[in-house]
Design a protein around this ligand. Sequence first.
Ligand SMILES: Nc1ncnc2c1ncn2[C@@H]1O[C@H](COP(=O)(O)OP(=O)(O)O)[C@@H](O)[C@H]1O
Ligand SMILES: [Mg+2]
Length: 284
Amino acid sequence: MTLLFEDVTKRFGALVAIDKVSIAFEPGLIYSIIGPNGAGKSTLINMCAGSYRVSEGRIRLDGVELQALEKYQIAQHGIARTYQNIRLFDGMTVLQNLEVCLFPELFGRTLAEVFLPGAARRMKDERTERCLLVLARFGLAALADEMAADLSYGNQKLLEIARATVLAPKVLMLDEPAAGLNHGETDRLKEKLRELARPDLTMIIVEHDMSLVMALSDHIVVLHQGRLLFEGTPAEVQANLAVQEAYLGSPGEVDGIREAARSRANRVRIRADADIERRRPAAL
Ligand SMILES: Nc1ncnc2c1ncn2[C@@H]1O[C@H](COP(=O)(O)OP(=O)(O)O)[C@@H](O)[C@H]1O
Ligand SMILES: [Mg+2]
């Protein structure tokens, strides 16, 4: 079920945050959206999730025009997301943070809860079971009864992603999942995200951590000043000069990207001239 952005534009007053962007996101693949701050990455996610209205263009999933729907309807169509800033229910336990996602299912069952307490208990047990399974997948089952606010930052980020997967979404959009994580936490996140990949899931990750982007992505979309600058495989993105100038501009960033590329050397070829550049100081 392809997620299609068709000539999508978003304006905030005179500012064009997204300028006629068209992209197709296919199921079964992991996409990363990269680009400098202010490029429009979060805006793209926010429009898809219904948090921002689309100014022009269409966003379609399976023939349904998402830009015409309300946020809750978009969620019902199987689109889940996390936020750039963690948004958990601090006053609830880890488990309750997941169970609350299943709340809409409770509505139709109120009568059963009243007249068939046995059945109601079974349904509640089922819900809990389902959420515990998700927590286990993220290595958080042992923390189920902790308050969400008491978790480490890394675990809070994982919990947010776990919560987004409870309803088995078709599209999962993660806005800077590795931001603020240390190396160990980033590695763990990488592993969990890789495990999440399914043939029927489209994963879209907005991320600055190039080691994560290069290691996980099947396809990378580069945004610059609201425009689609380039898209391609990790290797193609690295080899593209326009991308290097616009995004990988500073030597520090370029070095970071090369390091990331080295760590998956079999899948990504590093440009030979870039390597020579890098060796030069040592040779002097
Ligand atoms: N709610 C908003 N109101 C006004 N301007 C916004 C809003 N959200 C984003 N912008 C602007 O749109 C541009 C893109 O922002 P954003 O999508 O957050 O970038 P990114 O996530 O790539 O850093 C920026 O210039 C930002 O200031
Ligand atoms: Mg952002």
